[in-house]
Design a protein around this ligand. Structure first.
Ligand code: IDC
Length: 465
């Protein structure tokens, strides 16, 4: 235990040094939100060191009143991926990845959800196991009432009351448990609806737990923090408000809204974010992800990334082929998992490096022709008339110093290629070659720019290098 704490402190001191150097160059406001002399504590928080948390102004603080920042990972739905709730798994995030936070997402309505057709006792036993594993590993832990398709938290307010009654009485003496009372109000659920709901749940928790931090979701999938800032919940201490983002969908606008809400005095907690698009899938946007991390660090905001699972989607930190439930190595990690590990360890990963990892996972090929970098991905494949058919997607990037006015590429296949469809280009198949030239609307590629969505369907073979 002692040894681990020491190691963590050293690693984090380095991290904070570099993050702060960066944050201070680009943004002047860090000092408004936390005391820089406490920098070496900010990300080294753990229950044994920083104790019970509370909120001062907009900042999450430890028991000694100094700022802390929690950074970690959210599980996927615990009912669907229960096996990752084990001590060794959490230990790796704590000790090797430098995470001090785990969020336990318990869906309330989706597929075997707690309030629909799920086994309540089983789901609660998973939450308890999760809290125990986090506690054993000296981590903070969020119990997340994960509403989603049940878009208004009032739909299941009675079940929520009973659930939080049970959890807050069980953990009344714990310093490390945080309550997130409604993941993402959405659809027509208004801020007033959320306030009405919170007004019933918070007193239940407070009757057992006078101080624990409580995170309240905000409307529109936790994007309308401005509404909470304009009309915050009064009468209780230690409330925080959730902002959620998915970096390939939510960019500068939402970051500005986050900053404005904090400036207006709202304590913000990013209890869930992704670095892909809001569907939980699709390409990662590492530039945006890194910009979000800079913005959150500059303001001492805490955050947990979606998600700890091997589900076949890009928000999962593990590859679909990984069947381990602990002891993850680089080859087990999806590009998003590699990014998360690097980020938590203090180095914002280089976008190019993560793009390479994405290509590897998707089986993408890259070739150069006349200064144009061609990336070819098999989007889909199927059998037709006893032959394998492939749908390819190409991206062309002009790596040269001058603009390209019209492009032409030649692809070589490992068999005689038969074209059945093609778009955003003119195609000629000849033996094992496929020749593609630009359309009038997509011929120009500025220096450094790209043309995307060139697609075709072929049989007879695959592209060979
Ligand atoms: C997604 C999961 C996906 C699942 C879906 C519905 O990644 O596997 O099928 O939920 O249950 C959220 C939600 C979170 C979503 C995630 C990605 O909080 O539950 O997970 N997301 O869509 N808000 C914005 C994005």
């Amino acid at each position: 235990m002692k040894k681990r704490t020491k190691l963590t402190v050293c690693a984090a001191a380095l991290i904070v040094g570099s993050l702060f150097a960066k944050g201070m160059q680009s943004k002047g406001q860090a000092a408004d939100h936390r005391d820089l002399s406490d920098a070496d504590k900010v990300q080294t928080a753990s229950p044994s060191v920083t104790g019970a948390l509370h909120v001062e102004g907009t900042q999450l603080c430890g028991s000694d009143g100094k700022p802390v920042q929690l950074r970690g990972i959210s599980t996927h739905g615990i009912g669907w991926f229960p096996d990752y709730i084990n001590e060794e798994c959490f230990a790796q995030f704590r000790n090797e990845w430098n995470a001090n936070l785990i969020r336990l997402a318990m869906y309330t309505a989706e597929n075997a959800g707690y309030c629909t057709d799920g086994d309540k006792e089983y789901l609660k036993s998973l939450v308890r196991r999760g809290v125990e594993c986090a506690t054993q590993n000296d981590m903070y832990v969020i119990i997340d009432w994960h509403i989603l398709s049940d878009n208004n938290p009032n739909d299941h307010v009675e079940e929520a009351k009973a659930f939080f009654e049970e959890m807050s009485s069980a953990y009344a003496d714990a310093d490390n448990v945080i309550y997130e009372i409604c993941n993402e109000p959405n659809g027509s659920a208004s801020w007033q609806d959320v306030k009405d709901y919170a007004g019933q749940i918070i007193p239940v928790i407070r009757s057992h737990e006078k101080d624990a931090v409580i995170i309240v979701g905000t409307p529109n999938w936790c994007q309308f923090v401005d509404q909470a800032a304009a009309d915050p919940i009064t009468g209780y201490d230690n409330l925080m408000y959730a902002l959620h983002f998915y970096a390939a969908t939510h960019k500068e606008d939402l970051r500005a809204r986050m900053g404005a809400a904090v400036d207006a005095g709202l304590p913000v907690f990013v209890s869930e974010y992704g670095i892909c698009d809001a569907s939980g899938n699709g390409a990662l946007d590492i530039e945006q992800a890194n910009a979000w991390v800079d913005a959150m660090n500059a303001r001492g905001i805490s955050y947990a990334m979606w998600n700890l699972s091997n589900k076949d989607e890009s928000s999962s930190i593990l590859k679909a082929s990984c069947t381990k439930t602990s002891g993850f190595e680089t080859e087990d990690l999806n590009p998003g998992g590699q990014w998360l590990r690097g980020m938590l360890k203090g180095e914002l990963p280089d976008p190019e490096q993560i793009r390479e990892a994405e290509k590897e996972v998707s089986g993408a090929l890259t070739l150069m022709q006349d200064g144009i970098e061609i990336t070819a991905v098999v989007k889909n494949s199927w059998e037709a008339e006893g032959q394998k058919v492939y749908q390819y997607d190409l991206t062309l990037k002009n790596t040269g110093a001058s603009d390209v006015e019209q492009w032409a590429v030649d692809l070589t296949f490992d068999g005689a290629v038969k074209l059945s469809d093609g778009w955003n280009g003119d195609y000629t198949a000849d033996g094992t070659s496929l020749h593609i030239t630009s359309k009038d609307y997509n011929g120009k590629i500025p220096a450094g720019g790209s043309v995307i969505d060139i697609g075709f369907i072929v049989s007879g073979g695959t592209i060979s290098m």
